[in-house]
Design a protein around this ligand. Structure first.
Ligand code: DGL
Length: 283
C-alpha cells in the first residue's frame, strides 16, 4: 500500500456533472491522483427515493475505498442530501466532503433581496435544504425552481442547443419574474450549462456554484489530516469509471474534461430498482 498522501481522492456523481467539481479539485490540488465515478446509467438521481440514493452512495464510496481512496467527495448535491450522513457514519475517520447549494454566499451577494435556487427535485425536497434555508434564508426571499430535464441534457452533451436554451428559458423565467438577481446552481450538472444560463439571465444577474468552495474544503480537510500530496512524487493520474453506455458516457467525458480515454465500467447497482420498475411506481 502507498503512503497515505500518495493515495488518490475518490469523487462520484450521478453522472458527468461532478466533473465540474473535479476540475476545481484538479486546479487547486494538481499533485493529487483522482478517481471519478460517473453513475450515468442511473441518472438522474433527483427523482429517486432517498433510501436508494443513500444506499448507492455507500456502494460507490466502498468501490472507491477498495481502490485505496484516502478521502471521498460527493460531487452531487442530491447524493449529499440523501447519503452523506450514512457515509460519515460508515467511515467516521475518513474525510467525506459533501456539497450543498450556495445559499449562504447568495444571500450575501443579492442586492434585490431575492435569490433564485435551481436544483433537483430531491435536493429541494431534502431536510438538508430546509435546514440551509432556516440558517441562511431568513433575511432574503429564496425562490426555488426544480430543473427537471436539465441533468439529462448534460448527460447527452446538450449544453447550448436550441432544446437546452428552450428548457432553460422555462426554468429561469419564474426566478427572473420573482426579481432574483443571484441564481444558485444547486446541481453540479448545471454548471456546464452556465454559458447558456448567463446568456438568458443577462449580466445584471450573478450565477454562482459551489465547486471551488468544495475544492478548498477538501484541501483544508486533507491538510488537517496530513494527507495532502506534496508534489515531489511521480506524476498524478486521473481515472474514470461509469455505469451505463461506456462509449456514450466516455464521449461526453472527453468533451467536458478533455481526452480521458475510455472509462472503466462500474459494477451494476444493488440499490436502485430498474428504470422501468421505477416508472411504474411513479404516480
Ligand atoms: N449532479 C447532481 C446534483 O448535483 C444531479 C443529480 C441528479 O442526477 O438528479 O444534484
Amino acid at each position: 500500500m502507498s503512503a497515505p498522501d500518495l493515495q488518490p481522492i475518490g469523487v462520484f456523481d450521478s453522472g458527468v456533472g461532478g466533473l465540474s467539481v473535479l476540475r476545481e479539485i484538479r486546479a487547486r490540488l494538481p499533485a493529487e491522483s483522482l478517481l471519478y465515478c460517473a453513475d450515468s446509467g442511473y441518472a438522474p438521481y433527483g427523482e429517486r427515493p432517498i433510501e436508494e440514493i443513500s444506499a448507492r452512495s455507500l456502494e460507490l464510496g466502498a468501490f472507491l475505498l477498495a481502490r485505496n481512496a484516502k478521502a471521498l467527495v460527493v460531487a452531487c448535491n442530491t447524493a449529499t442530501a440523501a447519503g452523506v450522513k450514512a457515509m460519515r457514519e460508515a467511515w467516521p475517520d475518513l474525510p467525506v466532503i459533501g456539497m450543498e447549494p450556495a445559499v449562504k454566499p447568495a444571500t450575501a451577494a443579492t442586492q434585490s433581496g431575492t435569490v433564485g435556487v435551481l436544483a433537483t427535485v430531491g435536493t429541494l425536497a431534502s431536510a438538508k435544504f430546509a435546514a440551509l434555508l432556516d440558517s441562511f434564508g431568513q433575511d432574503v426571499r429564496v425562490v426555488t425552481q426544480p430543473g427537471v430535464g436539465l441533468v439529462e441534457l448534460v448527460e447527452h452533451g446538450e449544453l447550448d442547443t436550441p432544446t437546452a436554451r428552450d428548457l432553460l428559458q422555462v426554468h429561469l423565467a419564474p426566478l427572473l419574474a420573482a426579481g432574483a438577481d443571484v441564481i444558485v446552481l444547486g446541481c453540479t450538472h448545471y454548471v456546464f450549462l452556465r454559458p447558456a444560463i448567463e446568456a438568458i439571465v443577462g449580466p445584471a444577474v450573478k450565477v454562482i456554484d459551489t465547486g471551488a468552495a468544495v475544492a478548498r474544503q477538501l484541501e483544508r480537510r486533507l491538510c488537517a489530516s496530513r494527507l495532502l500530496a506534496d508534489g515531489t512524487q511521480p506524476p498524478r493520474v486521473t481515472q474514470f469509471w461509469c455505469s451505463g453506455d461506456t462509449r456514450q458516457v466516455g464521449a461526453v467525458i472527453d468533451r467536458l474534461w478533455g481526452a480521458a480515454g475510455a472509462p472503466h465500467p462500474l459494477p451494476p447497482s444493488h440499490s436502485f430498482r430498474s428504470r422501468s420498475v421505477l416508472k411504474e411506481a411513479l404516480p
